[in-house]
Design a protein around this ligand. Structure first.
Ligand code: FES
Length: 127
């Protein structure tokens, strides 16, 4: 074990700022995901859906702190979102204490399903 490992906190504080300025705090164990720790600690601050990056309901914006993310679908988090600190709480692992707020629904997600596309038939070469 290195000296820096001894200095790394075993858990980080996560503060969720609500839309009316209210704050909810909970601890996230080192290497754990924000949403999973929130659920485990029976805290209700971020909407919970699939818990695996598939539905996008747990979008949050990190206002302060450092974090790592597991792979996130561009369907829910665009490159622009990621650049603005918008992440999926179920795919986010704090590296330091975090302050987050709920993020609006993704603008990249289609509001209606696209119609299925059909393959283009080969050109008619019989004439
Ligand atoms: S809970 Fe579904 S993407 Fe996070």
């Amino acid at each position: 074990m290195t000296v820096s490992a001894l200095r790394t906190p075993q858990r980080h504080r996560c503060t969720v700022v609500g839309c009316e300025g209210d704050e909810t705090r909970f601890e996230v164990g080192r290497g754990q995901r924000v949403l999973h720790e929130m659920i485990r600690r029976n805290v209700r601050a971020v909407p919970v859906g699939c818990r695996g990056g598939g539905c996008g309901v747990c979008r949050v914006r990190v206002l302060d702190g450092e974090y790592l993310t597991l792979r996130m679908s561009a369907k829910h988090i665009s490159a622009d979102d990621a650049a603005r600190g918008i992440v999926l709480a179920c795919r986010t692992i704090p590296v330091t204490d975090l302050v987050i707020e709920l993020a609006p629904a993704g603008h990249d997600a289609p509001s209606t399903p696209s119609p299925p596309t059909r393959p283009t038939p080969p050109p008619d070469t019989s004439t």
